[in-house]
Ligand binder design. Structure first.
Ligand code: NAD
Length: 372
């Protein structure tokens, strides 16, 4: 079968679903590949590099399997042939209309963001790959705006104190932010309702700040909404920390719900002028009062709140490489004979979970999967 790699049309998107290196891996699985001209340009991969890897350069929308980063737009869906398989970040829970359109187009749609959180599927977990990159980039954005050292220094010209960083939410993105900030020499603190992250925070050079209100444990690997008592105790912690730290990076998300509000306008007002907040939950409504998705805003007291929603796209070559590798791992699972023919086995929980439309029939949501 022919795999098509198409150019992304979403504004600000710099990633591409396959790089020359991952195209080589797709060819090894028995496929042929065609890349739309310029598809990799914004990530630094030119057509020539894809051609060298063995791909044709040309019309990619009428391939048997179309690889994308973002969900296809209505215009793009019209370009898909009936019977095509389209793969990308489809956010099926948030996009019932998209599923209807894909169903009407008679295609099969695989949602990379629906890969279940089980150990076996980790190699296909695009959300974790992107969260890791975004967490690192959040620190770089904060450091850029902060305009001062992260590390403390004692020099002949005087002593420079280290920056203090608070990371709220120590999941994949939070841990990457903790690692990046502490490797730059900052004093890093982190909090999360899941006390089991304390050791991971410590191993990356951070200090875990507990909120001593017991939480119901998660059964599916996803965070649950916190209790009123927890939120009250956490609010105290945030208010205290806001007065002391220079940088706050918030990453708190609860699947299927708006992001929890962690910092109020009063907390932001309590921060020192020149402080920086990166609200990584901006696209989901934000963890911070005053965040504007996609923008950096400066408050009356001189605090910059960064609400960029494209943090992973700001490191496009590596984001595309990791995205592409996760995607190859999924295609490998769907090509058991390595014969260049995609098959979907509904008895396999991973394949069942990612299939949101099968030859025109909406198959989302899948039955629940237990974590292993
Ligand atoms: P996420 O993006 O859903 O949430 C980010 C973090 O926000 C989580 O750590 C969560 O506990 C935290 N949070 C939620 N409510 C909060 C609140 N009110 N205040 C502060 N923090 C809050 O989570 P994630 O980063 O995708 O992953 C969470 C965990 O799941 C990680 O420990 C990760 O190792 C695990 N995981 C496992 C797999 C797998 O086994 N395949 C895949 C991905 C993630």
């Amino acid at each position: 079968q022919l795999i098509g790699v198409v150019a992304e049309s979403a504004s600000g998107e710099t990633r591409v679903a396959a790089t020359p290196a991952t195209v080589r891996l797709l060819l090894k699985l028995g496929y042929r590949a065609v890349v739309e001209p310029g598809a990799g340009e914004a990530s630094g991969f030119d057509d020539h590099a894809y051609a060298e890897a063995g791909a044709e350069i040309g019309e990619a929308w009428n391939a048997d399997v179309v690889l994308k980063v973002n969900a296809p737009s209505p215009t793009e869906i019209r370009r898909l042939r009936k019977g095509t398989t389209v793969v990308g970040l489809l956010a099926p829970a948030q996009n019932p209309e998209l599923l209807e359109k894909l169903s009407a187009a008679g295609v099969t749609a695989l949602a990379l963001d629906a890969v279940p959180r089980i150990s076996r599927a980790q190699s296909m977990d695009v959300l974790s790959s992107m969260a890791n990159i975004a967490g690192y980039r959040a620190v770089i954005e904060a450091a850029h705006v902060f305009g001062r050292f992260f590390t403390g220094q004692v020099t002949a010209a005087g002593k420079v104190p280290p920056a203090k960083v608070l990371v709220a939410g120590a999941g994949v993105a939070g841990l990457a932010a903790i690692g990046a900030a502490s490797s730059l020499g900052a004093v890093v603190r982190a909090t999360d309702p899941r006390p089991e992250v304390a050791d991971q925070v410590k191993s990356l050079g951070g200090e875990y700040l507990p909120v001593d209100v017991a939480q119901e444990a998660s059964t599916d690997g996803y965070a649950k909404a916190t209790s009123v008592d927890y939120d009250r105790a956490a609010a105290e912690l945030y208010h205290e920390q806001a007065q002391d730290v220079d940088i706050v990076i918030t990453t708190a998300l609860i699947p299927g719900r708006p992001a929890p509000r962690l910092l109020t306008a009063a907390d932001v007002a309590a921060m020192k002028p020149g402080s920086v907040i990166v609200d990584m939950a901006a696209a989901m409504g934000g963890n911070v009062e005053g965040t504007v998705p996609g923008r950096a805003v400066v408050t009356g007291n001189g605090v910059t709140i960064i609400g960029y929603t494209d943090l992973a796209s700001r490191l496009p070559a590596q984001a595309s490489q990791l995205f592409g590798t996760n995607l190859v791992n999924l295609i490998k699972l769907l090509t058991p004979e390595k014969d260049g023919r995609l098959t979907v086995d509904f008895d396999d929980v991973v394949q069942r979970a990612v299939t949101v439309v099968r030859t025109g029939e909406v198959t989302w949501p899948p039955p629940p999967v237990a974590v292993s």
